[in-house]
Design a protein around this ligand. Structure first.
Ligand SMILES: C[S@@+](CC[C@H](N)C(=O)[O-])C[C@H]1O[C@@H](n2cnc3c(N)ncnc32)[C@H](O)[C@@H]1O
Length: 306
């Protein structure tokens, strides 16, 4: 597949259709991503949801959770089990079908999924008690500010957002430089000049990278991915009326092992053992400064003012 852009650092070109096509192609493999990286990420997101985002019941109606970029409904299912009524949206129809079947089979017949774009949410103002936007969906949306405004518009005052985005400050930045020097042995597939440019200012805001990965079919695909800093996230959320209450940095320490190795399905026992040790330490500190501003995934819970 040819990406709809040719520049690396700009997010100007809309890639929505292209992203939908890639995720539809991943429909068969998405729920079977068993590598160390995704297993840990999904586990921690679920743990945070279960511990921090219990629904408060004001009336007989179930509280409403919007799942923006719901994919196959991994977080939708957790939220439904906790007592939320789910409205999920995504641009990838094949993933939506899986989410529908998953929640339907689990008996959550009041959940609803539809094709929609995060930049134009098909919901009224101030309706949602909670919005989930993990995966990290926002990093795939070229016009991510519009999506953030939409999320805030749909949240009730006092309602909460769980947002996961790709972080800028990671150990992968260093691995990418090393990889370019050792002739792509780690498989990051980035030229040296590009890996070095990532260290240049401005340091307080993120940028778009050209992210490539291999599908189960063996095809390599590339997408624009927006990286964020914690500083930028705080200010951008405030711009749309959201205040950060908690923040976590995921994979700042586990990334002592290159992410390309952690994405392999066949990691050996030594790598697994080292990964689990690093993850155990990371979990102890990942919500404390400065660790909660570092890592490949930044996770925040933000509350709508009012
Ligand atoms: C990595 S998946 C995450 C899915 C799910 N939240 C999870 O954690 O498993 C990212 C999702 O974002 C969706 N997505 C990307 N751009 C979108 C947009 N503009 N509007 C809605 N969904 C979008 C993709 O189709 C994909 O399903």
């Amino acid at each position: 597949m040819t990406p709809p852009y040719d520049k690396v650092t700009s997010g100007d070109t809309d890639q929505t259709e292209y992203v939908a096509k890639i995720f539809n192609e991943m429909a068969g493999e998405y729920d079977n991503l068993k590598d160390l990286w995704y297993s840990y990420t999904f586990e921690e997101i679920e743990r945070i949801i279960r511990i921090s985002l219990h629904p408060t019941r004001g009336s007989d109606n179930k509280p409403l959770a919007l799942d923006v970029g719901c994919g196959t409904g991994i977080q939708s299912l957790v939220l439904a089990q906790m007592g939320y009524r789910i409205e999920g949206i995504d641009i990838a129809d094949d993933l939506i079908s899986i989410a529908k079947a998953k929640l339907g089979n689990a008996g959550f017949v009041d959940s609803h999924f539809q094709h929609a774009d995060a930049r134009s949410l098909p919901f009224d103002d101030n309706v949602a008690d909670f919005v989930n936007c993990c995966g990290p969906t926002l990093s795939f949306v070229t016009d991510w500010r519009t999506a953030l405004r939409e999320i805030s518009r749909c949240l009730k005052p006092g309602g909460k957002l769980l947002l996961e985005v790709e972080g800028k400050w990671t150990l992968d930045m260093f691995w990418e430089v090393i990889n370019a020097i050792i002739c792509n042995r780690l498989g990051y597939d980035k030229p040296l000049g590009q890996t070095i440019r990532q260290f240049l200012p401005p340091w307080r805001v993120g940028h778009f990278i050209d992210y490539s990965f291999v599908l189960e079919s063996g095809e390599t695909v590339r997408m624009h991915l927006k990286l964020f800093t914690a500083y930028e996230l705080k200010h951008e959320l405030e711009e749309v009326g959201l205040v950060i209450e908690k923040r976590w940095g995921l994979h700042f320490l586990t990334n002592f092992i290159p992410s390309t190795i952690l994405h392999r399905a066949d990691t050996g026992p030594l790598t697994r053992s080292l990964f689990h040790r690093l993850a155990t330490i990371e979990r102890r500190v990942f919500n404390a400064w400065p660790f909660n501003a570092l890592g490949c995934s930044l996770l925040v819970i933000a509350r709508k003012k009012g």
